[in-house]
Write a protein that binds this ligand. Structure first.
Ligand SMILES: [Zn+2]
Ligand SMILES: [Zn+2]
Length: 349
């Protein structure tokens, strides 16, 4: 089964190389490595196994039918089995008879759902090998750290969810968590306050404060979808609102999570890129433009300051050598966004 899986995957991914965004040059300079491709995925989704309205099968089908390549099922304190789902919807024989069908990968996951006093602390464990019970603790930071450590002990990759849900996690809290590289800079649930307000900073401002302090954190966009059966209901946590595009060598859980941990991805609410490249001299973003839209790209540094803004495509920023970090953000004329991952320039300063 494994070799058949691999053969079909290779055949099918060769087909999408034409339509998928260009693999581009590795920003790691590993020119001898196999070609990397972009894979679209969502790492935060619920089913009827916790408080979602649809079965795991229905949820997987929703994403698979909409050009996603992978999905993490992340029920609250439940580890939903994915083996049967991958057998049914993954890359198996049906794809040889259906060249337009993409292979699809379901990655095991859990939203470890904990709290400190009235603060909700939710941390996803991606590809955890066993159920992680909420660990508790005596402060927001301690609860986060204990859960991150437990997810790592279960061989999973943590990401810290919706910091502004219940205004639970501040930038100062998040900055102190060790052994965590990922957080949600966008979550599609209607109650998560992505943009801040009422005197509280939004998630991008928190991200810049953390990066400015010298802690490297990558931003992901997720659906946190619960409601698949009310597509008309704008107040519901519906699917399809935020996702990541991961540049990986193969569509396996290990390859996807390795790439995410290395920052080889961007987060999006609708902007697509053809390429993203960082060298010693430049950061270069190539947008896959829609003919109906216009775009501008911001290059952002210490304190969230915009170092440069351009409407050129590709958008190119030349490093001056003094930046502590640089990240790019593409803004589309209808409000869609792509967030690229930061590059630390002089992290010791
Ligand atoms: Zn949550
Ligand atoms: Zn959730």
């Amino acid at each position: 089964m494994r070799s058949l899986f691999t053969r079909i995957l290779v055949a099918t991914t060769a087909t999408f190389a034409v339509v998928a965004m260009a693999a581009g040059n590795s920003d790691l300079g590993e020119t001898q490595q196999p070609t990397r491709r972009w894979y679209k995925g969502n790492t935060h989704t619920h089913t009827v196994n916790s408080d979602g309205d649809s079965t795991p099968s229905e949820v997987v089908r929703w994403y698979r039918e909409r050009d996603y390549h992978f999905l993490v099922l992340s029920d609250h304190n439940v580890l939903t089995s994915v083996d049967g789902l991958n057998a049914l919807y993954g890359a198996d024989e049906q794809y040889s008879a259906c060249p337009q069908c993409r292979p699809f990968l379901v990655i095991r996951g859990e939203e470890v759902t904990d709290a400190f006093e009235d603060k909700d602390i939710h941390i996803n464990g991606l590809d955890v090998q066993s159920l992680v019970e909420p660990q508790g603790g005596n402060s927001v930071v301690e609860v986060m750290q204990r859960n991150v450590d437990a997810i790592r002990a279960a061989a999973g990759v943590p990401h810290i969810n919706h910091p502004n849900f219940g205004w639970s996690i501040t930038a100062e809290d998040l900055r102190q968590v060790r052994d965590n590289r990922l957080f949600e800079v966008f979550n599609g649930h209607p109650h998560v306050n992505n943009k801040g307000g009422g005197g509280r900073p939004g998630l991008e401002a928190m991200w810049d404060a953390i990066l400015t302090s010298g802690v490297l954190l990558y931003g992901i966009a997720v659906d946190d979808a619960h409601v698949f059966k009310q597509p008309w209901n704008r107040g519901a946590s519906r699917p399809g609102q935020g996702w990541i595009m991961v540049r990986a060598r193969r569509l396996t859980a290990t390859d996807i999570l390795t790439a995410m941990t290395a920052g080889e991805f961007y987060a999006s609410t609708g902007v697509s890129l053809k390429d993203y490249r960082v060298t010693e001299q430049v950061m270069e973003v190539t947008i896959d433009e829609s003919p109906w839209s216009k775009y501008r790209t911001q290059f952002i540094g210490v304190g969230g300051r915009i170092l440069e803004e351009t409407t050129a495509n590709p958008a190119v920023y030349e490093f001056i050598g003094q930046e502590r970090y640089v990240r790019a953000k593409v803004l589309e004329s209808n409000g869609l966004i792509a967030w690229l991952q930061p590059t630390m320039r002089n992290p010791s300063q």
